[in-house]
Design a protein around this ligand. Sequence first.
Ligand code: FES
Length: 193
Amino acid sequence: MSSQVHGAQKFDKAKRAEIAFSEEAMKTVQTIISRYPEGKQKSALLPVLHVAQAEFGGWLSPETMDYVASVLKIRPVEVFEVASFYTMYNLKPVGKCVLEVCQTSSCWLNGAEDIVKYIEKKLNIKVGETTKDGMFTLKVAECLGSCGTAPMLQCGASFHENLTYEKVDSIIENYKAEGKLRSYTDLDYKNTL
Ligand code: FES
């Protein structure tokens, strides 16, 4: 896979050689693939990318995408095309907790902009940045389908709704105390992917 395809992220052959799913993750991946007809394993790409992102530090490096391509027996560029289209896949390193604040109409009308500013100030980062301790990345997202409980944010598989500054404080404190990587596979890793 060429470094041109991935912009600033260079492909590293040595790193690629080190990448492999754990036994448990590989079992999950095989289960996902088995849901599709023979030769149609590309259909498993989205959930397999979620497993890969959760397994390899919360983001999809060029080496990880190359590995996923080899598992699914498809071309690396096919993986990149999908991974670069959806905002839930991170193509550069992120913090353990990615806070995605919805900024679409219902959330915007109910104060999402102020919530974003509050988090920026509290964590001393701007949208798109990661805290120095590698704990939090702040992003904004389009409608996350929870408009009735606006404003809201998503972190991995968890929704946090009807946000207030106090709620934001406790969300951030709780995640800090847990100190672990949050992923879209957190809630029901084995059954829902
Ligand atoms: S507008 Fe924010 S969840 Fe729909």
